[in-house]
Design a protein around this ligand. Structure first.
Ligand code: AMP
Ligand code: MG
Length: 401
């Protein structure tokens, strides 16, 4: 049997190599409203205090807490402007939530604790100075650091940028990943395959996982197993994308040209990984851009993406948390496994009432059987060196959702 010229390395070593070679993209300025899911590349400070003025917390009456007896109501201060009101001893002003506190007042009594008759106010509950007033800067102090570099901008962070008026933020951009399918047998999904042909599934599945991981897929189409077409499409990808992702053409076939092409034109860091599915997964750098060449079988392509591309994409996007969470799961049934390779089987894991998780695999695990990915919320890891696993065995799983 001819031997592959590429040494077989463990999955962990492959990931280490990738994360050593792949760098974060250069930060850019983005409108805060377009920055959901992006990672901040700067510390953000509030220029002004919030609230910017002492404000009422409730609908009620602004008054002087130390007064006694009923108060004369002198007017209304609703939210959004400053009324020309001055509260003197024995007086009160109607206020609404968020309204500025009229000068002279030192507390607000909520309307539920009062009775109003003929423009005079009676209190039905005690009140102390400062009650129901949000003092200037209690929520955000002027000069306070509100967000730190490295933070992932979720909805509350976007709200913080809005509230302090930081409308342009320095962020790591969405990595643009050029995706191409290689193979003479591939036709676009809308086309009826002729004899010997099949429809291209990988490009669409891979563009989906890229998007889910926060990247922007760049569709580079189908490339036949010819050096010329490969070179041309890769050239386009290098212009339009930050990294390249191919599927197919990395096995031992006579037309599997991607690995030799990459080795000749760029730096090939590995061309074989001790994993199933995904043994021929390949990684290199071409003109400074990461180049991931995934095997053509659809499950191999997706599981290889999960193991090798997703952490790299997250690193390019400035994330520091690059890996899926893992947990121990209990196999609900016997699982066959060859000790020769580390295997990632697709599984559905379910939380039990005692807090443990059980795993059921998704049927036949052939790397061509895309249906084995459907509904899978975990990849169970069957390590190299161990044989079949009996029902009840505890294994580690990557959590996908
Ligand atoms: P390869 O890695 O090129 O040797 O391909 C391995 C298997 O995956 C072959 O049966 C191919 O026909 C199939 N395959 C390759 N690319 C795709 C694709 N884009 N979509 C669906 N199947 C593919
Ligand atoms: Mg092929």
């Amino acid at each position: 049997m001819p031997e592959s010229p590429y040494p077989m390395i463990p999955v962990s070593e492959a990931i280490d190599i990738i994360l050593r070679e792949v760098k974060s993209l250069s930060p850019v300025d983005a409108a805060f409203s377009d920055a959901l899911g992006l990672v901040l590349a700067e510390d953000i400070f509030a220029a002004e205090p919030l609230p910017p003025f002492p404000a009422s917390v409730v609908d009620g009456y602004a008054l002087i807490a130390g007064d006694t007896g009923s108060r004369q109501i002198i007017g209304n201060q609703t939210a959004g402007y400053v009324a020309d009101l001055q509260v003197k001893p024995g007086q009160a002003a109607r206020v609404t939530t968020g309204a500025p506190i009229p000068s002279g007042a030192d507390a607000v009594v909520m309307v539920e604790d009062t009775a109003e008759r003929d423009d005079r106010l009676e209190l039905t509950a005690p009140i102390a100075s400062g009650d129901n007033i949000r003092q200037t800067g209690v929520d955000i102090a002027a000069g306070q650091r509100v967000l730190s570099a490295g933070t992932v901008l979720g909805p509350p962070e976007i709200g913080v940028l809005a509230t302090i008026g930081h409308v342009t933020a320095r962020v790591y951009p969405h990595p643009r990943i050029g995706v191409m399918s290689t193979g003479d047998e591939l036709v676009p999904p809308e086309q009826t395959p002729k004899a010997g042909q099949i429809r291209d599934a990988n490009r669409f599945a891979l563009m989906g996982v890229i998007e889910q991981a926060g990247g922007i897929p760049v569709d580079l189409g189908i490339v036949p197993d010819r050096q010329g077409g490969l070179a041309q499409t890769i050239g386009r990808g290098l212009i339009e994308a930050d990294a390249l992702l191919t599927s197919g053409g990395v096995s031992m076939g006579q037309l599997d040209l991607v690995k030799p092409w990459l080795a000749e034109h760029g730096a090939l860091f590995f061309g074989r990984v001790n994993t199933k599915p995904g043994k021929p997964a390949t990684f290199g750098v071409l003109k400074g851009k990461p180049f991931f060449a995934m095997p053509g079988n659809p499950v191999s392509a997706l599981v290889s993406f999960e193991n090798f591309v997703r952490p790299a994409l997250l690193k390019m996007a400035g994330h520091s948390n690059l890996h899926r969470p893992r947990r121990q799961v209990i196999l609900s049934h016997k699982v066959r496994h060859s000790p020769a390779r580390t295997e990632f089987q697709r599984a559905i894991i379910t939380r039990q009432t005692d807090g443990s998780y059980t795993a059921v695999t998704t049927g036949t695990q052939a790397s061509s059987r895309l249906l084995s990915m459907l509904g899978a919320n975990a990849l169970i890891i069957l390590p190299h060196g161990q044989g079949d696993f009996s029902a009840g065995s505890v294994v580690e799983a990557l959590i996908l959702d």
